[in-house]
Design a protein around this ligand. Structure first.
Ligand code: IVH
Length: 676
């Protein structure tokens, strides 16, 4: 029985709609319908195709949900080999590369297409009559695996090209990869379901693409950018790579928006530096940048060596992962008593620095990753993030290495160490009697966002404690220039400065003082809320747990911590001593008098007249809540120079946007808009 005409027409209509919404989502980044509405269109088309199998063409968007599994992949021969790239690690390598090219071509006027080097997998795609007919992996460069059915599930890859002018048959090459967010979501899901997480987005992309069951690939939201061509009719090629990429884009093939055309070595290196600085802000991982000669005729003149073309170069970023050995696992005690295991490592150069320690987070994490003393491990240092152990390589483990166990007692004070119900964190129960917690509490007290004692850093706190000059934070205010001068390496000038800074810190705010006390779970925001609500320290100290819970953001657990803190005699004594030493503040104005009470603000970009922290402090002083992300609850977004993605989000949500001038008007209590 042939397919009735109305079914045929409806299928065509659905296909067109689905492809349209796909483009809105993947190319224009502005979806018009919800995921559920999209799914409904897809389900209707699937039902039609099930009823009339003739309708299920290879370019139907239903192919994106994944065909049934196969036993093994077929093979695909690459008529034009898929080559690799030569690597550069230093600027000099790039200089040499350009010099070689200039010599061979006999001129120095070199234009390069430059773009990020994506950390994924190379694929080859064939389009015939504008329809995707074959997808293959690189394999050994000559023969790859036929992954057509998997590639069809990757949404940004068009199943049918848009526009006009494409050759009857041609091959696109590009990189399949997994965005960071997708990778994190996939790993979170794996952990929840007792499965092994992937070590990095590259492995996740490879594992997802090379699935014998394309229905699994379909659930993984892989991504794709094209960067070149393979088999392509000579007469259809434009003069430059950049023009070809423009064509690809117009046919609906995704091209990296970071692609640029630059001139000479200087252009290449400037691009490299720019991307290196922005590397962590990109939504996907990259391991360098690629430079490609723009003019295709010049490429042919240069040709290829065995492994890689002479006209392209990958300039690698410093590796963020390296292999080293765990020499010991030590346990550190934090301010709140949390025991944090730290791996002492054989020194290794990674992410541009030599590291000797990496955090292991907590006992659960060590157990999950099965990290033992003596293990060979992969460590990662990305940007300014604390180095961490990604995984151990148990195949290289010494036969005698026992699994690591967290201590039952605090390694510093010997008090019992225990996990609160349902918490992964094990804590020392010694409180301020534990020298480690005590030391961290003093450092916190002095820190910039607490009492802001300029010049009293971690090392100096250690020395003051070691040499017995202080026992509690109140002792800080009894230090004199003469006593300080007794410390080794402390000159009279530094001693004078420190005493001056201590004196200055005595004039503070109630919120800062509360934050400085280091009460469990009382961060800056809670401290602000407490100060605003109670206004006087003695009222707060006398409050019951119920009264504490009347403060915004204070739940039962925070209320209990605060209540317990003020019931302890030694805490009360220290507070008394601090007040007696002259620590003071002006009482915050009554809550109702605050002009920005109940308003939520976000700051983005760089303000000219003051730092973001200063701006935040000023807004909070007027009762505003300043948060980090824009939501529909945000009242104002304050925008400085070079704003981030928050601006677009605020615009989309209709949040009121205020420039620096408007910010000062807000502070002056005149409202944000000029007229108001
Ligand atoms: S151009 C002749 N551009 O890097 C090869 N490759 O190390 C031309 N890669 O196999 C490749 N991002 O899988 C090119 N923007 C990019 C790339 C890129 C990632 C991969 C590609 C290649 C590997 C070589």
């Amino acid at each position: 029985m042939s397919t009735p005409e109305p079914a045929r027409r409806r299928a065509a209509q659905l296909r067109e709609q689905i492809e349209y919404h796909n483009r809105r989502y993947y190319q224009l980044d502005s979806p018009l319908i919800s995921d559920a509405e999209y799914d409904a269109l897809m389900q209707e088309l699937l039902a039609l195709e099930r009823q009339y199998p003739e309708l299920a063409t290879p370019d139907s968007p239903t192919q994106r949900v994944g065909a049934p599994p196969v036993k093994a992949f077929g093979t695909v021969r690459h008529e034009i080999p898929m080559l690799s790239l030569d690597n550069a690690f230093a600027d000099q390598d790039v200089v040499d590369f350009a010099r070689r090219i200039a010599q061979r071509l006999g001129h120095h006027d070199l234009a390069f297409v430059v773009e990020p080097k994506l950390d994924g997998l190379a694929v080859s795609l064939f389009y015939e009559g504008g329809v995707l007919t074959c997808g293959a992996t690189r394999g050994d460069g000559h023969t790859g695996e036929d992954i057509t059915r998997n590639v069809r599930t990757i949404r940004p890859i068009p199943l049918r090209l848009q526009g006009t002018g494409w050759p009857e048959r041609f091959e696109v090459r590009g990189e399949v990869f997994m965005a960071k967010r997708e990778f994190q979501a996939l790993n979170a899901w794996a952990l929840d379901h007792g499965e092994k997480p992937f070590a990095n987005p590259r492995n996740a992309a490879a594992g997802s693409l090379r699935q014998l069951d394309p229905r699994i690939t379909a659930t993984r939201r892989l991504d794709f950018y094209c960067y070149g061509y393979g088999l392509y009719p000579d007469q259809d090629l434009p003069e430059t790579q950049s023009a070809l990429m423009d064509q690809f884009r117009s046919w609906g093939l995704p091209v990296n928006p970071e692609l640029r055309v630059v001139t000479g070595v200087d252009g290449c290196l400037a691009y490299y530096r720019d991307l290196l600085a922005r590397r962590h802000a990109l939504p996907y991982e990259i391991d360098g940048v690629v430079y490609k000669l723009d003019r295709l005729a010049e490429r042919s003149a240069l040709g290829s060596a065995a492994r890689a073309p002479r006209w392209a170069l990958a300039h690698k970023f410093p590796a963020e992962e390296a292999t080293t050995r765990v020499l010991a696992i030590e346990v550190q005690v934090g301010r709140t008593g949390a025991l944090t295991p730290v791996a002492r490592l054989e020194p290794v150069f990674v992410g541009g620095a030599t590291i000797t320690n990496a955090t292991l987070h907590n006992a659960d994490e060590i157990r999950r990753k099965d990290i033992r003393v003596g293990d060979t491990v992969i460590v990662r240092r990305a940007g300014d993030v604390i180095p961490e152990v990604v995984k151990s390589l148990p195949e290289l483990r010494p036969a005698t290495a026992p699994p690591f166990e967290m201590p039952k007692h605090c390694p510093v004070c010997g008090a019992e160490a225990e996990a609160a119900d349902g918490e992964a964190i094990i804590r020392c129960s010694g409180g301020l009697y534990c020298p480690a917690q005590h030391r961290e509490a003093i450092k916190h007290f002095a820190s910039r966002r607490a009492m802001d004692i300029d010049g009293l850093g971690d090392k100096l706190v250690d020395r003051l404690l070691e040499q017995g000059l202080i026992k509690t934070v109140a002792d800080l205010y009894r230090l004199t220039v003469e006593r300080l001068a007794e410390l080794d390496r402390m000159g009279p000038k530094s001693a004078q400065n420190l005493v001056g800074a201590l004196e200055k810190s005595k004039h503070t705010t109630l919120a800062r003082f509360l934050y400085a006390l280091g009460i469990r779970e009382v961060g800056e925001v809670t401290a602000q809320a407490l100060a605003r609500h109670f206004r006087h320290l003695d009222r707060l100290q006398a409050a019951t747990e119920e009264e504490l819970q009347a403060v915004p953001d204070v739940g039962p657990s925070v209320a209990r911590h605060i209540h317990t803190f003020f019931r302890q005699a030694h805490n009360r004594e220290v507070i008394q001593a601090l007040l007696a030493a002259g620590v003071h503040w002006d009482p915050p104005p009554p809550a109702a008098a605050l002009p920005l009470e109940g308003k939520t603000l976000v700051i983005t970009g760089t303000l000219e007249s003051l730092t973001r922290e200063e701006a935040k402090a000023r807004l909070e002083a007027l009762g505003a809540k300043v948060t980090n992300s824009v939501s529909k609850h945000t009242d104002y977004l304050i925008v400085g120079a070079d704003p981030g993605s928050k601006l677009a989000k605020a615009q989309a949500l209709g949040v009121e946007i205020v420039d620096e001038e408007g910010f000062w008007r807000l502070l002056a209590g005149a409202g944000a808009s000029k007229s108001g």
